[in-house]
Design a protein. Structure first.
Length: 198
């Protein structure tokens, strides 16, 4: 699958949620996501523009659409997954190949990767509100240490579908009062690492 995604900083979360609902998005669940990112033993993922993470998700409110939302060590209301993201495609947005696999035990997966030589880097923790509209997902994130962001995402199967998905996202952005110039291709992890250096 190819993840076609944009991300931008927002200042008024309440107004953004209202606009999304006016545009047909249906508010779903609120989760806390704790992402542990890794660097490879054979290459620097930051330099290769790749990402490998273990995500632990805790459902705080609402119903999660995935029936398997109780796999993180068998704890109800939690799940975990390991995700690989390839380098970004094109010059706009954050489109990239993505592989994601559900795992039962986030801590066990983290320990296994460390034993295999992968080095954990700074964690990213966020409260994420999911909203859905047909084939588009909106995530309104409160990222610890960074503030509030909007992500709009469409998953496609082929490279040929990527531009159409990006056009749909750009149209949605305009109806929300933003443009592609307001977006960033910098990951939350990179933003936090840059803050740590300052």
């Amino acid at each position: 699958m190819i993840e076609v995604e944009i991300k931008l900083k927002v200042t008024d979360r309440t107004n953004l949620l209202k606009k999304l609902e006016e545009n047909g998005f249906v508010e779903s669940h609120l989760v806390r996501e704790t992402d542990t990112y890794f660097n490879g033993p054979d290459r620097d993922f930051k330099k290769s523009d790749e990402a490998l993470r273990v995500r632990k998700t805790e459902c705080l409110e609402g119903n999660y659409l995935n029936a398997d939302f109780n796999l993180a060590g068998g704890r109800p209301g939690q799940m975990a997954c390991i995700t690989y993201k390839g380098s970004k495609m094109g010059e706009t947005a954050m489109s990239r190949r993505e592989l994601e696999i559900t795992v039962e035990d986030a801590e066990g997966m983290i320990e296994m990767l460390i034993l295999l030589g992968y080095q954990p880097v700074r964690p990213v923790v966020k409260l994420r509100r999911y909203l859905y509209s047909e084939n588009m997902v909106a995530c309104v994130d409160r990222v610890e240490g960074l503030g509030t962001y909007l992500e709009l995402e469409i998953m496609v199967e082929t490279e040929a579908e990527r531009q159409t998905a990006l056009d749909m996202i750009e149209l949605q952005l305009r109806t929300l009062g933003y443009s592609m110039e307001d977006t960033t291709r910098i990951s939350y992890l990179s933003m936090l690492q840059a803050k740590d250096i300052q």
